[in-house]
Design a protein around this ligand. Structure first.
Ligand code: SP5
Ligand code: ZN
Length: 335
């Protein structure tokens, strides 16, 4: 298994997220990735590489160009401060050039601030995803991009949910130039951005298993009734599960997801790997065990599809290492 580690992540370190009017400490900290890297780095058969550089057009293929420019410009304007939105558009297609207004135009929450290191970190994270995808395209059976910041909540022209560029959609779109792609998102939060970016496509299947949006972020998407649009109808599958879901119920959802992937028979698989469905996670609300992550890894790799793993969430610094280790040991093919 090849790990791709984007070192620029370390300087993206937002101290706070604004929740219910309070400045909470930020859950998406650099240590998350360092702990995961530490736990996987010394596994036998695992080697770590730096991301390669790919043209920005691979990011521009899924995100609005003005959004990418805004993230770059606001990052360089911000200095060492982290800037947050205060006002959001209150109608369809509303735009502004006023700086405070622009923060809201390009965001959907107050959890996802921008500072001088944010653009480079987000770009590095996307380059890691593209590097892993290119390795798999070149014949590797598995590659794991240690993406940070995460990506699955980022929309066409909005950051949110700690995400800036949608690494899964970027990688899936890249791979789709050579074959069909299935994306399975096991982060406990619905992958709203990935869904939205792939919603119209039938060459890229999107499946997400997540906490019911009636109780969990991102609230506005993730229902089973969201099945795709136009040519993409039938190629988006949401499996929302209730709070406190345990291994057995999760296993049933996973079986349904795997059956759908088998029926689709894709050339490539992209796994949005969140560890926040673990029982110990401070914000997830599910109750999966550590061995369950081993099983998820094993069942997905047993499909025998060339696979790109992309890091998404997972917020308990004390348990992330052992969860990541279990998942990756389950995933590694021993032939
Ligand atoms: C990639 C990813 O997993 N993003 C998740 C973003 C969800 N953020 C939720 C923040 C919840 C706020 N904290 C609640 C504190 C209750 N006292
Ligand atoms: Zn999550």
């Amino acid at each position: 298994m090849i790990l791709v580690y984007p070192s620029a992540h370390i300087r993206h370190c937002p101290p706070n997220e604004i929740f219910n009017g309070n400045r909470d400490s930020h859950a998406e900290v650099p240590d998350r990735l360092e702990v995961i890297r530490g736990a996987l780095g010394n596994m036998p058969g695992v080697r770590s590489i730096a991301p390669r550089r790919f043209p920005m057009s691979w990011i521009g293929a899924v995100h609005e160009r003005a959004y990418i420019r805004y993230l770059k410009a606001s990052s360089s304007r911000a200095g060492s401060a982290y800037v947050y939105p205060s006002v959001f558009p209150y109608g369809q297609d509303q735009h502004t050039l006023q700086p405070i207004g622009m923060r809201g135009q390009y965001s959907f929450d107050m959890y996802t601030p921008v500072s001088e290191s944010t653009y480079e970190a987000a770009r590095g994270s996307a380059m890691a995803a593209l590097t892993a995808a290119s390795l798999v395209m070149a014949g590797e059976t598995q590659a794991y991009a240690l993406c940070r910041p995460p990506g699955h909540h980022a929309e066409y022209a909005k950051m949110g949910g700690y995400c800036y560029f949608n690494n899964a959609a970027i990688a899936a779109n890249y791979l789709s130039t050579r074959g069909t792609v299935a994306v399975i998102d096991i982060d406990v939060h619905h992958g709203n951005g990935t869904q939205a970016l792939l919603y119209h496509r039938r060459d890229v299947l999107m499946i997400s298993i997540h906490g019911d949006p009636d109780t969990l972020f991102p609230y506005f998407s993730g229902r089973a009734s969201e099945i795709g649009v136009g040519n993409g109808v039938g190629y988006n599958l949401n499996i929302p599960l209730p709070a406190r879901t345990k291994d057995r119920a999760y296993g049933n959802a996973l079986r349904a997801a795997i059956a759908r992937i088998r029926a689709f028979s894709p050339s490539y698989l992209v796994v949005s790997v969140g560890y926040d469905a673990h029982v110990s996670d401070p914000i997830g609300g599910f109750a999966l065990s550590t061995p369950m992550f081993h099983r998820i890894g094993k069942e997905l790799s047993s499909l025998g599809i060339a696979t790109v793993y992309l890091q998404e969430g997972g917020y308990n610094i004390k348990t992330l290492g052992s969860i990541a280790r279990a998942f990756t040991e389950g995933s590694v093919l021993t032939d």
